[in-house]
Ligand binder design. Sequence first.
Ligand SMILES: *[C@@H]1O[C@H](CO)[C@@H](O)[C@H](O)[C@H]1NC(C)=O
Ligand SMILES: *[C@@H]1O[C@H](CO)[C@@H](O)[C@H](O)[C@H]1NC(C)=O
Ligand SMILES: *[C@@H]1O[C@H](CO)[C@@H](O)[C@H](O)[C@H]1NC(C)=O
Ligand SMILES: *[C@@H]1O[C@H](CO)[C@@H](O)[C@H](O)[C@H]1NC(C)=O
Ligand SMILES: *[C@@H]1O[C@H](CO)[C@@H](O)[C@H](O)[C@H]1NC(C)=O
Length: 657
Amino acid sequence: MRAFSALVFAIVYATTSLGAAVSQRSPHVEHERRSFSLENRGWRLARRMEPEAVLPLRIGLTQPNLESLEDVLMKVSHPESPSYGQHWTPHEIMDYFQPARETMDAVVDWLTSSGISKERLRLSKSRGWIEVTASVGEVEELLNTEYHVWEDGDGLERVGCDAYSVPEHVQPHVDIIKPTIHMGAHVRPPPNSYRKRSLSERATTTPTVQLGMPSSHNGPKTNGKKVDGSTTLGLADCDEFITPICLQTLYNIKTTERSGRNTFGVVEFTPQAFLQTDLDMFFHNFSATQVGQKPQLISIDGGVAQTQNQSFNFNGESDLDLEYAMTLTNPQPITLLQTGDLVEGAGFDNWLDAVDKSFCTFEGGDDPTQDGIYPDPLPGGFKGPESCGIIKPPNVVSVSYGQDEVTISAKSANRQCAEYGKISLAGTTVLYSSGDFGVAGFGGVCLDRLPNGTLIEDPNGAGSIFNPSFPGGCPFVTSVGATQVNPNSTVFEPEGACEQVIFSGGGFSNIFAMPSFQQSAVQTFLKEHPPPFSGAQFNNSGRSRGFPDLSANGANYVIAIDGEFNLVFGTSASAPTTASIITLINDARLNIGKGPVGFINPAIYSPVFAATFNDITQGGNQGCGTGGFTATKGWDPVTGLGTPNFEKLLALWLALP
Ligand SMILES: *[C@@H]1O[C@H](CO)[C@@H](O)[C@H](O)[C@H]1NC(C)=O
Ligand SMILES: *[C@@H]1O[C@H](CO)[C@@H](O)[C@H](O)[C@H]1NC(C)=O
Ligand SMILES: *[C@@H]1O[C@H](CO)[C@@H](O)[C@H](O)[C@H]1NC(C)=O
Ligand SMILES: *[C@@H]1O[C@H](CO)[C@@H](O)[C@H](O)[C@H]1NC(C)=O
Ligand SMILES: *[C@@H]1O[C@H](CO)[C@@H](O)[C@H](O)[C@H]1NC(C)=O
């Protein structure tokens, strides 16, 4: 999201004169305020920021046409649309969403009339961002705020403010400003104590996860059960041990002819890392011809597959994702989007920057090291250039990470969600896990509503309002929930919602409105199976985004980790399994000269696709002191539309243009 050219800027803004007078007249109005307390999330207020310290200020400009993003996506993604599959080029996307001239003028006038000379401003090629390196004193005056240094549990420092304002006449032109309440997207999960309490309530032996991990980690859980070295696992054992053959049978995955041109990306956040020895150990038992096969690592913002720290918490997610994605799609090469350096880690915007040139584009020919915010002014930061548009988005991207929706501002969530929509418009399918705590947030934390309507996470872990996840609740990603082979059942019997160790994340967003493609399915659920909760506990208006969209097995996965076989649980497993199925379908389409399926939500909710899912009608997703929602006939906020039947999906998607 960096990538700025002074040259372009100077040409575009040869003349601006109105600004000074206007902005002096216009009073500041509050633009954004953090809705949760950093202290409650394990942060410590370290000190007031020194006024002469320097901030890399980035001002996100309001983008036009976002209100029609869903419509244009429907045109290329709805199976009955005459332009199905006609994805846009990155250039078309950039043109359509680039901020209007008057938007840039208004922001530039404000900055220059506030004493920041035009020469200091940089403008991204996409015209999405204006950037200026400014002193804390300047920024505090500009935004009518105060900056503090915060320290997280690991002693990592971040800079931010609690709220900020902009002049009233500028406000419609400004989307978000960073770093402010966003603090670089590194919002931590709740402190361990909440997590431990809620997990022990469930009487599992699950160790806590997310220790020192990228903030927004939604890692798999283990029940601590080792897999006995003497077992030979097969189809008869799938209720206790999921191995690739179980998934292939459950979801009717058949081998197809390969195109050799397909791409499949798996995102991991450093210090999460896979171990090649683990992959090989897994392949040795479950896919012998793959021993020695490696993912293709793309390093984003200093991303490395570190090997110095090895434990379940460091290796669980990456080992799980890669072992199953690589085996289920073999011989498909897997692109590992390893995001963030060892010091800072990274947030979701970072991998988007790396694949999305319209989000983050360098002016052609410029030396990126001269244009941007690096070297990072913060101690210990990544010193290289930000990874910007370094790789074409893979046809499918699987991300098993998430955060509570309440921990991201609505503006930030909307901006990020729109980016998923844009890369979907270009033909990429983005899948996110829906969360592992049922209707509760990470660690079983639920929400309270303040008298003024603001939702906050209950600091004592006692709230009664459901706590949806993000980005799983963004309408432009495909949100994946978890199922299980019921105890003592076979893979030929219907699965239930996952109720072992984890509960499938699901519910209704407090930020995103219901997209048209799920309206009929979700409103039918609310009408025919009204949940026994009031509108005070979740948004039951039938106008908010329901999730997940679909689901896949997330219980008892056998993975090789740190040199032994363990069992893991989570929507973290469901996402790469579903992504693998979409990848195989894309490959079959590419093989007959068609394009990738791209954004799948409008298709999977359409009536013609109804028979391609195994409807899940058993189990629920308890949390917040309730039984949660219940899986029912048709879509439900536990397992979505159900689990995929590969062969049926393939037949439909091969027939589409
Ligand atoms: C893996 O294979 C070894 C033999 O090579 C066998 O002893 C072991 O039981 C297998 N483990 C699993 C989990 O299948
Ligand atoms: C990771 O390993 C390094 C080097 O051995 C050590 O200093 C650091 O504390 C470890 N981090 C964690 C979270 O264990
Ligand atoms: C709502 O009330 C809380 C607590 O009094 C306050 O911190 C917060 O800023 C208020 N939010 C808004 C949007 O007024
Ligand atoms: C599964 O079968 C075993 C052995 O027959 C039995 O002990 C166990 O209670 C059964 N579990 C369930 C959930 O039915
Ligand atoms: C429920 O969601 C809709 C759509 O986003 C929104 O308009 C409405 O205000 C929400 N209701 C409540 C009580 O938050």
